[in-house]
Each structure stands twice: as C-alpha cells, then as structure tokens.
Write a protein that binds this ligand. Structure first.
Ligand code: ACO
Length: 332
C-alpha cells in the first residue's frame, strides 16, 4: 500500500459559449444531422473563437476546481496540462496557467497523449503523490480541437469540439479513497492513423504543405474505430482483473467520449449496463483530453458521482495511446 493515496477531490470545467450544431455543419460540408447522430451520437459541440489559446479555458477551469476544493493556488505542488493543442509549443501551457493562477510553488509541464491525456496525467499525478514528493497536483485536460480540424473535411470536422476540465489530486490517508490502480499502454505502429503532419520538426512549413492542409488532423476513421473498441475494452478488463473486481462492483464507468458506437460495444464487452456509463458527447463532441473531466463534472452535477463512488475511467486515442484507472471518488 502506498504511504499516501492520490485522492480526486474536486472538478472545475470551462467550455466556450458558442454552440455549433450538426445543422450548422451541414450548411458547410455535405453531411446531415441524421448521418452524424446515427454514426456518432453527437448533436452539437462548443467552439472557441479562432485564436483562443487553451489557457483561456484552462485558467477558469482551474480556478473553479480550486475554489470547490477550498485550496489556494499557492498550495499546489504541481500542474499537469494534458493537451495536443497548447497555446504554443513553448512555453508550456502549464507555465501560463501556473503564472495566471499565482501558483508560486508549483512546477508544471504539458503532457501530449491525445485522447488518453487525462488518464495519463492522472497516472503521473498519482505517482508524484504516492512517492511523497507532492501533496497537491492539479491535472487539467483540455483541447481546442477547432484549431486543428479541417473544416472542409466532413469525415473529421463533425467529430470534435473544444473544452477543458481540471481535477485536483491531493494526498490522503493510504486506506482512504483515491486512485487504486492506473494502467497505460502505447503502440506507435498506429501513429499515422491519426496525426497532424505539420505540427513539429518533421515537416517544413511550406505553402504547399499548408495548401494540403497538413496542419490539420488526418485520420483513418475505420481503423481508429476498431482499435478504440478493442483497446478500451481490454484496458477496462485489465484494471478489473488487477483489482479483483467484477463489472457489478462499479458504480460508474466514465469513458473517453469519441463516439457512442465505440462506447456501447465497450460497455457490452465489459458487462456494464449503459445506465452506469456516463455519456455527454451529444453536447460536446470529442474534446480529446477534456472528455473525461467534462463527463465527471456532468455526472457529479446529476448526483451520479458522489464521495465513495467506485469509478472506472478508460480512454483511447492518437499515438496510439490508451489507459484506464480505477478510482474511489472524494476526500478521505
Ligand atoms: N456525413 C456524411 N457522410 C459521411 C461523413 C459525414 N460527416 N463522413 C464520412 N461520410 C461518408 C464517407 O465518405 C463514406 O462514403 P462512401 O461510402 O461513399 O465512401 C461513408 O460515409 C462511410 O464512411 P466511413 O468512414 O466508412 O464511415 P464510418 O461508419 O466508419 O463512420 C466515423 C466514420 C464516424 C469517423 C468512424 O469511423 C469513427 O468514429 N471512427 C473513430 C474516429 C474517432 O473517434 N476518432 C477520434 C480520435 S480517436 C478517439 O477519440 C477514440
């Protein structure tokens, strides 16, 4: 047993005001509300004004989280921002957040693990706390997917949205609630199936590359879909095996929100009824690293997530990268 347990004590979120409905998208590309709802379950998403940096959502999400936790920014030891759409490559968005919060004692970094970012950040915060080197780590999952979506590609632009969520992870008694287990996996052989080619050092920023929209997200949708169902199911089952739990022992499953047609077969393979699965993608679409904190916040607001709730988090995304965690919610 670790000498301190990593407890998840409060959530704060921030999403842009502007709603983009399926009908709005159908006015731009050859699609329809009926196609998008049937293939994904998504009805609308929130979209920032162009030029909005992630920190514009991350700071209010963090402030709301700290206020709900009753913790001052000066008491944070660490800040992890999970994102693939930081304000800039340098400085890290975690530094921008640290400065704007006034978190004068905190060290932070950005973590790029695509849709698995929040689970990966939780794993890092847990290790940090269990090692005794930190007592309070703020994990923020957020993405401004509208900044990398090709708005003329109907196969991808209907899927994504913008949003951000923060969760405070705090050291608590070893026999109290908190993170029981966390597992992560990578398979770089699937990297090309979901990528943004012009986003780093591998490709020069030429006019030709921009004209090809290589600065936008490219995806092999069917391949990613098949991997997502398989890997999320395997990850969830692996956590249950490790903890010696059955699906009946879970109060709530909070999966990454990409597509209802990914979530439903995963729940079926797990033997968990959909009544225990949190789904809010109809209102937000796929917000990448933000989906799990946004879903946690909705579950809490609906009274489904309470102190002592036994929760399974599971995600899969670009990389490929995937992971799962089993958590008993709240402060001990
Ligand atoms: N509107 C109407 N028609 C469309 C649209 C659209 N928005 N997008 C694609 N189509 C067409 C295609 O052109 C194709 O037409 P064709 O048969 O004439 O060639 C037809 O619909 C079927 O296309 P598919 O890509 O085979 O459709 P599919 O049933 O696989 O659904 C989807 C596509 C929704 C993208 C699916 O593959 C998917 O969800 N993939 C996973 C993607 C994902 O979630 N990625 C997010 C990041 S990873 C993660 O978060 C897990």
């Amino acid at each position: 047993m670790p000498s301190a347990r990593a407890q998840l004590v409060a959530i704060g979120t921030a999403v842009p005001e502007r709603r983009l409905t399926n009908d709005d998208l159908a006015a731009r590309v050859a699609t329809s509300d009926a196609w998008i709802v049937a293939r994904t379950g998504i009805r609308e998403r929130r979209i920032c004004e162009p030029g909005t940096g992630l920190s514009r959502l991350a700071v209010p999400a963090a402030q709301r989280c700290l206020q709900r936790a009753g913790v001052a920014a000066q008491d944070l030891d660490g800040i992890i921002v999970a994102t693939i759409t930081p304000d800039m490559v340098m400085p890290a968005t975690a530094n921008l957040v640290q400065h704007q919060l006034g978190a004068c004692r905190a060290w932070g970094f950005d973590l790029a693990n695509a849709c698995n970012g929040f689970v990966a950040a939780l794993a890092c915060a847990t290790a940090w706390i269990e090692s005794g080197r930190a007592r309070r780590v703020l994990i923020i999952g957020g993405d401004i997917m509208s900044s990398i979506v090709d708005w003329d590609d109907r196969a991808t632009c209907v899927l994504f949205g913008d949003g951000c969520g923060a969760v405070l992870v705090e050291a608590g008694p070893p026999d109290g609630p908190g993170v029981r287990s966390c597992q992560l996996w990578s398979d770089g052989s699937g990297g090309a199936d979901l990528c943004v080619p012009l986003s780093g050092s591998a490709m020069p920023k030429t006019a030709e590359a921009l004209a090809r929209r290589d600065h936008c997200l490219k995806q092999q949708g069917r391949t990613v879909f098949a991997h997502a169902v398989r890997r999320m199911s395997e990850a969830a089952q692996s956590i249950l095996r490790q903890e010696g739990l059955s699906a009946a022992d879970l109060d709530l499953v909070v999966p990454h929100q990409a597509n209802l047609r990914i979530i439903e077969p995963m729940a079926e393979r797990l033997g968990v009824p959909m009544s225990k699965v949190v789904v809010n993608l109809e209102r937000y679409g796929n917000t990448t690293a933000a989906t799990i904190p946004l879903a946690l916040a909705d579950a809490e607001a609906e009274g489904r997530l309470r102190a002592g709730s036994r929760v399974l988090l599971v995600a899969f995304g670009g990389g490929y990268a995937w992971g799962a965690a089993y958590v008993v919610w709240g402060r001990g």
